[in-house]
Design a protein around this ligand. Structure first.
Ligand SMILES: [Zn+2]
Length: 295
């Protein structure tokens, strides 16, 4: 079964692609519906054109994926979508075997396979609407018994920091994410201020924006340090709209440089597969027989 219909379910968009020989041969994308009850009909319409050719479905989805059920750690990122039986819904639509994994975990696998220098332990960190991660340890993707492995965006960054959407105070996500950057920007530029605007002000040399972006980068640098010291990481790969933004990696490196060398991974780089990391990662996990198996 080598013709894979791969799906990437995110907070802002849902992408679907037919993957043959690990290459995307056909792709479509729609906006994630604001109302969770519309998700099933949106998926039906998106997946229908791919179904005649596909033999199996792989899904990279936002949220914690446990036994095919999507649960949100921070429900705000998903417009209230929570406890959604994503696997059975897609199985019913497609009548094909369906395999589901968290999107950052899928992207971690995709990026691990693209590393130019061999590595044993790698963390992929996405800084976007939220902050997520995927861990490849001893060349094996770690998903965990309940799908929780790598949800490092909810590790503690500042006990006096803002309340996180998960219910804990001061998580990395509450300081570093695009949503957190926008929230901090509202104090200076009003309620309509977006994360992209704050980032543009930073690029233009605004000092307040520079402070906000620096707080984000410092939080990510400390997260990298914590993961490196606990997991003996060789490599960290940064992704997501904030992680990949101009100058962000350099800021993270500058904050890491203030720490003792033991906290630094051998290498830090940027994600190479961009927007298709989830689609390709989920398909590869099946095609490599690395995580998914179908009887
Ligand atoms: Zn949190």
């Amino acid at each position: 079964m080598s013709k894979v219909l791969s799906v990437d379910l995110g907070g802002t968009k849902i992408a679907a692609a037919l993957v043959i020989n690990k290459k995307i041969v056909e792709r479509a994308q729609v906006a994630t519906p604001k109302a969770p009850e519309q998700l099933e009909s949106v998926l039906k319409e998106l997946l229908a054109p791919f179904m005649p050719e596909a033999q199996v479905v792989t899904v990279a989805s936002t949220g914690i994926i446990n036994k095919g059920i999507l649960t949100a750690l921070n429900p705000k990122n998903l417009g209230g979508l929570n406890h959604f039986p994503i696997q059975s819904v897609i199985e019913n639509i497609t009548q094909l075997p369906t395999l589901v994994i968290n999107d950052a975990q899928a992207a971690a696998w995709s990026e691990f396979k693209l590393l130019k220098t061999p590595a044993s332990n790698m963390a992929f960190i996405t800084v976007s609407t939220g902050v997520g991660a995927g861990l490849v340890l001893a060349e094996t993707l770690h998903v965990g018994p309940s799908g929780l492995s790598g949800h490092a965006g909810h590790m503690l960054s500042d006990p006096n920091g803002p309340m996180c959407g998960c219910g804990r105070k001061g998580c990395v996500e509450s300081i570093a994410s695009g949503t957190a950057i926008a929230a901090a920007g509202k104090a200076f530029w009003g309620d309509e201020c977006t994360g992209q605007q704050v980032y543009q002000y930073f690029i233009n040399g605004d000092r307040d924006a520079a402070n906000i972006i620096s707080c984000s980068a410092k939080s990510i640098a400390n997260l990298i340090a914590d993961l490196t010291i606990s997991l003996d990481l060789d490599v960290v790969i940064l992704g997501g709209s904030v992680g990949l933004a101009e100058g962000y990696l350099e800021l993270v490196r500058n904050h890491l440089d203030l720490l003792p060398d033991i906290y630094k991974p051998r290498d830090i780089g940027l994600a190479q597969s961009g927007a298709d990391a989830g689609l390709l990662g989920a398909a590869s996990l099946y095609l490599d027989k690395s995580y998914f198996t179908v009887n």
